[in-house]
Design a protein. Structure first.
Lengths: 237, 331
């Protein structure tokens, strides 16, 4: 299996702000790979750099290489805040149509994310949909373009556990379709559930890479141990 | 959304004025350039429903007037009560009156031309200069502000310094300097276009500064990043995702800045640098009122000034009450 994404010695920085890297990792085709770390570790910055939009957020790539075996058009992005990702002035219908897909494709994909057109109106504005609906809509909008690589930046951060579980089921289905996923999260159990490999980011550096099971059983870095011990365990007597 | 009575009154006034201007040649009782020197500086003709004996008439009428010279050789117009001339549809216009009376709704100027007709025709130039000037300034201000805010860096620095240069010079001096620097012998249409360009050149700087600030904030928004990820080109992002968010501000600024452009045209025309006769604008109608003695004894020559005042007031009221934020409407 060949790599769809290779990141080599990447250093990213914001002027008068934090600096991240150097970091290296690769994502194989049809693989789900997680970037895990605390808030501010640089996960979202890496995602923005991969999509070539970091410069618009004031950041800069200082060093390193990002090699993609697909074109930029074949990358889809699911942002952290679904409410902010849609233009509040336009109906969701007009924003979906902007993707240039056929009505049938849109209908199919909305069915797939369990958001059939009977349940939502394309004339609705983003603020009229719940967080879960918006997130599913964004996943649909990402998938309708048939991407080869899906970058999901904390896609469940604004959802309750029931919606989280639904969205994770969707990601499993996406993965089963052979789409590579870069899953950016601070939620360790979700990363372990979906991904076959993961990298732990701490203060802008990758401190550990491996399978979720290996990291869970034999964490090497002090931060990973702290991260694992912080995961709540539900005890039912 | 409630906008209040003032807003609707202002809109009604501008609507009526707009229609009057558009259909000026059907409404104006007289040709605006026809001189009737025998009735120069004639006061506004009063419409009557009751005659001198107190009898009521359903159809309004006017009395013909006769010019007399007073002791100090000042002209005066006395009504001739013997004859009643009823209002009727004119030969070419909606409003007319039976001869021999004349219907000067707002009086005549020093060359005996009907001020009401001249105001209607003059509005064509004055209002269009206001609207076009504001539109050009806003369009250019948006373009410069959006490019500066969106791309940032050296382009932002250069564009904003140029905008500040235009903003730092007092508008009136800049207006006069720019007009003086350009050839004085131009025909009316060239002067018209020139005035629009000069007024826009003065107005775009402030708009560009505000738009730049708005775009600086908008370009960081997730939906703009999403559009970039989708491979949208810069013009498409600016028009589709950034312009609609600045639209409310642009509409308000257009409405509020139109009076400024009408004033600018008036200032240039009064000083002889703007629209010149035989073309008519509210500004050059006011040249009649430059003499104190004319205003003292014939105050109706100030009616074009009143129109400028009312129009400016209406645009300001509309701009003030407009709050076109679609989000606000829907939330």
């Amino acid at each position: 299996m060949s790599a769809i994404l290779q990141v080599k010695d990447l250093v990213l920085a914001y002027p008068r702000g934090p600096r991240f890297g150097p970091m290296s990792f690769e994502l194989m085709e049809k693989e789900a790979f997680a970037l895990v770390g605390e808030s501010g570790a640089g996960k979202s910055t890496v995602a923005l750099a991969l999509m070539n939009v970091l410069k618009f957020k004031g950041g800069k790539k200082l060093k390193g290489k990002i090699e993609l075996s697909c074109s930029q058009n074949e990358i889809a992005y699911i942002p952290q805040d679904p409410a902010a990702a849609l233009d509040p002035l336009f109906t969701i219908g007009s924003q979906i149509r902007e993707l240039g897909c056929s009505e049938i494709a849109i209908r199919d994909i909305l069915e797939k994310v369990k958001l059939p057109l009977e349940n939502i109106s394309l004339k609705s504005y983003p603020h009229e949909l719940s967080g879960g609906m918006l997130q599913r809509l964004l996943i649909a909008m990402a998938l309708v373009r048939r991407p080869k690589l899906l970058i999901a930046d904390e896609p469940t951060s604004s959802l309750d556990v029931i919606h989280q579980a639904e969205i994770m089921k969707l990601f499993h289905a996406v993965r089963a379709e052979g789409i590579s996923i870069l899953f950016v999260t601070h939620h360790l159990p979700l990363a372990m559930d979906l991904c076959s490999r993961m990298a732990v980011l701490f203060e802008g550096q990758i401190v550990e890479t491996g399978t979720p099971q290996a990291i869970f059983e034999r964490p090497q870095h002090e931060f990973t141990k702290r991260l694992l011990s912080a995961v709540p365990v539900l005890e039912v007597s | 959304m409630k906008r209040g009575l003032c807003f609707w009154c202002a809109l009604l006034f501008l609507g009526v004025l707009g229609l009057g201007t558009f259909f000026a040649d059907r409404i104006a009782p007289y040709d605006p350039n026809v001189e009737n020197r025998a009735q120069a500086l004639h006061p506004p003709t009063p419409l009557h429903f009751f005659d001198d004996k107190g009898r009521f008439y359903k159809r309004p009428f006017v009395y013909p007037t006769q010019m007399i010279f007073e002791a100090n050789m000042a002209r005066s117009y006395m009504p001739v009560y013997k004859k009643k001339c009823f209002l009727r549809r004119g030969k070419h216009a909606l409003i007319g009156v039976q001869s021999p009376a004349k219907l000067y709704l707002l009086g005549t100027d020093s060359r005996g031309r009907d001020i009401f007709s001249r105001i209607l025709y003059g509005a064509r130039i004055s209002l269009s200069i206001g609207l076009l000037g504001a539109f050009v300034a806003v369009a250019f201000g948006f373009l410069v502000g959006a490019l500066a805010g969106y791309f940032g860096g050296w382009l932002d620095h250069v564009l904003m310094r140029v905008a500040e240069f235009f903003m730092m010079i007092p508008a009136l001096y800049l207006l006069l300097a720019m007009r003086s620097a350009l050839p004085p012998t131009l025909d009316s249409f060239q002067v018209y276009l020139l005035i629009i360009l000069i007024l826009s050149a003065i107005g775009w700087g402030g708009i560009a500064r505000v738009i730049r600030g708005m775009v600086l904030s908008l370009r960081e928004r997730e939906f703009v990043s999403a559009a970039r990820v989708l491979g949208r080109k810069t013009p498409s992002i600016l028009l589709r995702h950034i312009l609609p968010h600045t639209f409310g501000y642009l509409l308000v600024i257009v409405s509020i800045s139109i009076p400024g452009y009408i004033f600018g045209e008036s200032v240039l025309s009064i000083l002889g640098l703007g629209i010149q006769e035989p073309a008519i604008s509210w500004g050059n109608l006011l040249t009649e009122s430059l003499s104190y003695s004319v205003v003292r004894f014939h105050p109706w020559v100030l009616y074009p000034g009143l129109m400028i005042f009312l129009t400016a007031l209406c645009f300001n009221v509309i701009g003030d009450r407009l709050n076109l934020s679609p989000q606000k409407d829907k939330l």
